[in-house]
Every structure is written in structure tokens, then in C-alpha cells.
Design a protein around this ligand. Structure first.
Ligand code: AMP
Length: 401
């Protein structure tokens, strides 16, 4: 385990979900966390596990974590026990919605929290938990700067045509817009491309963040110009349990003909659709579906691949071509099958992957004949949050990137 200097500064990156809390503790210099972990199923059966950088378990609290505050208390007790000299310098938080105001991370004040609370109707399943995470951290670390990092921020400069829906313009004025999400991941991928392939950042890149949540982003000269997610985290690609793009007429059918109420429809669209719904309830998990290799799993994977290809074609079209396709997220980084199938028949787009490199999960997947670069970037949302926290505390960069 890394020795810490006396009173070395630490930075905590927190990602609070509805029933989970992901944590990563970073040193002042360096991009590798000293400690990572996660609380899951927060409630009567909530459990939490924390590990050090060698994978050694520092804390294992099965069945004891009934609130985010409680989870954070265990995290803090562990930090104090394992890193007694560490001084918490700033805490960074993933916040799903920054609305129209925030195109950058922001230092949290009461005024900022009030604005974030106003955005709860736009992200009812995420925003309240993000705010609860900030409140819990404020309580745990009094006086320590708290920094909110927004999933919407990366997309804020998008052109009007990708920002709007074709409904009466008054809704646009009210903030009913296509915000796009997964911005922390796109931010990280962009910063990695600028480091390892700077020429691509002058061009046209499509990033496919394919995980349990999935979206794609068209990035022209480093800026988001189109994203598949829209007003909520439901739009675009099918996800583990979320539907992705849907004709709004289907919801009217559910309301009018099936007499479902909004809570029932929300449950279907957020929790029973996507890969889980397509596979007839078999699984929301791509790895499980690949292993199942039956008619149900084929249905789900076929649709997923079809939608990624379709979105890719649309994004290449609006940018006037494509110079690079980047895969990230649990599926993008690990599923050889999905990557191979997405890239099939894309020769017209200049895409040709090397199957050997694809099998190895190599960083560059494109063959020597490919006009378009195809890559994997292992995305690090935790690091984007930690960097924002460091910068709020006046430290600009890690040292071992
Ligand atoms: P994430 O939400 O980014 O953690 O991604 C989770 C998704 O990645 C799940 O659907 C997993 O099944 C999928 N995944 C992770 N590892 C693999 C793998 N080796 N092969 C296929 N899918 C994977």
C-alpha cells in the first residue's frame, strides 16, 4: 500500500445512485485511487465493500447499510483507520442534471443546491439521490469544498437542432430540451484522445458509451454536437432495463388503452424494458445474454447492435463523416461480440477492425486498412470527478496519468 506523507491531501469522488454509492479516494498527486468501493442495495439489506489499490479488502459490511449517510459514515471511518494522516481537501460528486446553468463543475453552495433541487422534476430517479449524497458529505466533512460535476455539462453547447424537440417552442423555453447524459465519461474519453491521439481531436469522433446505461455522442473538434440521450436518461439506445428511443404514441396507448398510470409506465420504461424486456425477462446483463446464446438473448443482442449501428450512421451523417469510433463502458470495453457485430458491414464508413486485436480488447482495434480509427478507451468517470475536486482545491493535475 502506498505510504502517505504526513497530512497529505485526499480527494473523494462520490457517485450516489438510487440505492448505491460508489466511492474512490485519490491522493493529491496521481490518478490511481488509494481506495475504491461501493455500497449496494442501500436499505435493509445494504452492503458495502472497500478495497485498497492492490485489491485487498479494507472493509466489508454486509447487510448493515441502510442509508447513504450510513454508507458514508463507514467510508469515513475506514479512511480514518487506514489513512490516519490524510486530510480531506475536497469532495467531488457526480450529479446527473446541471440544467441550463452549468456547463462546468461548480463549487456547491446553498444557492447551487437550491438550483439542483429545482431540477429534480427533470431527473426524478437520480437528482434527489445526488443531492442527498452532497448533504451527507457536507455533514461528514464540515467546511470541506464540495464540487458538483454534471453529466449534462459536456453537451451544453450543442446546436439548437440537437437541443430541441419538435413540440411547441414554449417547452424549450421551460427547459424541456435534449440535455444528453454520460457527460463525465465523454469528458474523460475526450481528454484521453487529446493525450494519446491529438490529431483525432481535430476531427469527427463518435463515442459509444455502452454499459448498463448506454448512449452515444458525436464529437466534432472536441465538442459534443449530437447525443443519443435526450431529456431523460431513457432516450436513444436500449439499455439494461431502459427502453431507449420509443414512439411517444406507445405511451399514449398504455395510458388510453391499458389505463396504466404514470408510475406504472415509468416502471415499464425504466425497469422492465431494454435488454431485460427484449429477452423476455431473461437478463439485463450483456455477459449473461451472450452466454445464454438462445432465441431470447439473440433478440436482445440483435436489437442492441442494430440501434448502435443506426445511431452511428446518423452521427457520421450529421458530422459529414467520421474519423474515429471509440467504445467505452462495460459492454464497449469488454464485449468482443458486440464490437465485432457493430463494426460488421461498416466498410462503407471506412471501418475495418482487426479481429485479433478485438479479441484482445486492444486499445486500437482498426486494421491497417481501416480509414477510420476504432478504439477502446477504459472510461474513468471517477477520475473526472477527482480532477474537478482537485482543481477546486487549487491542485490542477495528477502526476502519474
Ligand atoms: P457498466 O454499466 O459500464 O458497468 O457495464 C455493465 C455491462 O457491461 C453489463 O451489461 C455487463 O454484462 C457488460 N459486460 C461487462 N463485462 C463484459 C464482458 N466480458 N462481456 C460482455 N459484456 C460485459
Amino acid at each position: 500500500m502506498k505510504d502517505l506523507m504526513l497530512s497529505e491531501a485526499g480527494f473523494l469522488a462520490l457517485n450516489a445512485g438510487s440505492s448505491s454509492l460508489k466511492v474512490a479516494l485519490f491522493p493529491a498527486g496521481g490518478d490511481e485511487p488509494l481506495m475504491t468501493g461501493q455500497a449496494d442495495r442501500i436499505g435493509p439489506e445494504g452492503a458495502l465493500k472497500l478495497k485498497d489499490q492492490d485489491g485487498e479488502v479494507l472493509e466489508n459490511a454486509p447487510g448493515l447499510i441502510d442509508s447513504h449517510t450510513n454508507a458514508l459514515a463507514v467510508v469515513i471511518a475506514t479512511i480514518k483507520r487506514v489513512f490516519p494522516e490524510l486530510r480531506m481537501a475536497a469532495v467531488g460528486h457526480r450529479v446527473v442534471h446541471g440544467g441550463l446553468d452549468y456547463a462546468e463543475p461548480v463549487l456547491v453552495t446553498e444557492e447551487v443546491l437550491a438550483k439542483l433541487a429545482d431540477l429534480e422534476p427533470f431527473a426524478p430517479l437520480h437528482q434527489p439521490h445526488n443531492i442527498a449524497g452532497i448533504r451527507a458529505a457536507e455533514e461528514a466533512f464540515p467546511g470541506v469544498p464540495q464540487v458538483a460535476c454534471f453529466d449534462t455539462a459536456f453537451h451544453r453547447g450543442q446546436p439548437f437542432v440537437n437541443d430541441t424537440f419538435a413540440i411547441p417552442h414554449r417547452y424549450y423555453e421551460k427547459g424541456v430540451r435534449r440535455y444528453g447524459f454520460h457527460g463525465l465519461s465523454y469528458d474523460y474519453v475526450t481528454s484521453e484522445l487529446a493525450r494519446i491521439a491529438p490529431h483525432l481531436m481535430q476531427g469527427r469522433v463518435v463515442v459509444a458509451h455502452l454499459g448498463n446505461g448506454a448512449s452515444m455522442c458525436a464529437i466534432y473538434r472536441g465538442k459534443s454536437v449530437a447525443s443519443s440521450m435526450g431529456f431523460s436518461a431513457l432516450d436513444g439506445l436500449p439499455m439494461g432495463t431502459r427502453c431507449g428511443q420509443i414512439d411517444p404514441g406507445v405511451m399514449l396507448y398504455m395510458l388510453d388503452r391499458e389505463n396504466l398510470d404514470t408510475a406504472q409506465i415509468r416502471q415499464i420504461l425504466y425497469n422492465e424494458s431494454g435488454l431485460l424486456g427484449l429477452s423476455g425477462g431473461l437478463s439485463n446483463d450483456m455477459r449473461t445474454l451472450e452466454q445464454a446464446d438462445n432465441a431470447q438473448s439473440h433478440r436482445a443482442i440483435d436489437y442492441f447492435v442494430f440501434r448502435v449501428q443506426r445511431e452511428l450512421g446518423a452521427m457520421a451523417a450529421v458530422m459529414g463523416g467520421i474519423d474515429a469510433l471509440v467504445f467505452c463502458g462495460g459492454i464497449g470495453e469488454n464485449s468482443r461480440v458486440v464490437r465485432r457485430r457493430v463494426c460488421e458491414r461498416l466498410g462503407w464508413m471506412g471501418i475495418e477492425i482487426d479481429h485479433g486485436k478485438n479479441a484482445e480488447n486492444a486499445t486500437i482495434l482498426s486494421s491497417e486498412f481501416s480509414r477510420t480509427t476504432v478504439m477502446i478507451v477504459n472510461t474513468r468517470e471517477d477520475l473526472v470527478i477527482a480532477r474537478a475536486a482537485r482543481s477546486a482545491a487549487g491542485i490542477t493535475e495528477g502526476t502519474d496519468a
